[in-house]
Design a binder for this molecule. Structure first.
Ligand code: ADP
Length: 175
């Protein structure tokens, strides 16, 4: 099941919240800042352990930590690409960020997961293009897993909310 909501991802009760992190895993601005602020230091401690093992997280990959004080069991940190006019394989890398987050969720028996609109903030990925990639990757993945049951796209800005609502309506014309 795919849903779209408008609001703050740190308030959504799910098994796992996805963070649009950066390669350092040390926190940043935007949704990353909000997740660390609300979740507390336990998340950063787990991120530091991952850093000492594998030196952060590459673009398109994902890692999992505790969710600290957030209303979730886990945070899945993934790193989306910075948009550079499509010259750096950004579309593939964004699809990988979604896919690897979903795979990690499924491997950890996670049933519900919420995604922010990865890369569409500071990283400037065009929103419509990003939404199409996100919805396609998620809907394809849901046909391959028995564990994962619910995926929520949490849109912070009205523009993304409208884009997702319209694209999802087209997928389910009878609803
Ligand atoms: P990126 O660097 O991947 O672009 P940003 O955090 O700048 O990451 O933005 C990613 C998306 O997250 C943007 O669409 C932004 O509006 C959204 N966002 C920012 N804060 C929150 C929040 N608290 N909950 C959900 N989405 C958020």
């Amino acid at each position: 099941m795919i849903e779209v909501l408008k609001g703050d991802i740190t308030k959504i009760e799910v098994d796992a919240i996805v963070n649009a992190a950066n390669t350092s895993l040390l926190g940043g601005s935007g949704v990353d800042g909000a997740i660390h602020k609300v979740g507390g230091t336990a998340i950063l401690e787990d991120c530091q352990k991952i850093r000492s093992k594998q030196g952060g997280c590459k673009i398109g990959e994902a890692v999992i930590t505790t969710a600290g004080k957030l209303p979730a069991k886990f945070v899945i940190h993934t790193v989306g690409p910075v948009w550079n006019k499509g010259k750096n394989n950004e579309e593939k890398l964004l699809a990988s960020a979604y896919f690897n987050s979903l795979k990690l969720a499924s491997d950890n028996q996670i049933q519900s997961i919420s995604f922010p609109n990865i890369s569409t903030g500071i990283y400037k990925f065009p929103k419509q293009k990003a939404a199409k990639i996100a919805i396609k990757t998620v809907s394809d993945f849901l046909t391959t897993t028995a564990n994962l049951k619910k995926v929520i796209f949490v849109c912070f800005d009205e523009e993304n909310y409208k884009i997702y609502s319209e694209l999802l309506k087209k997928m389910k014309p009878r609803k």
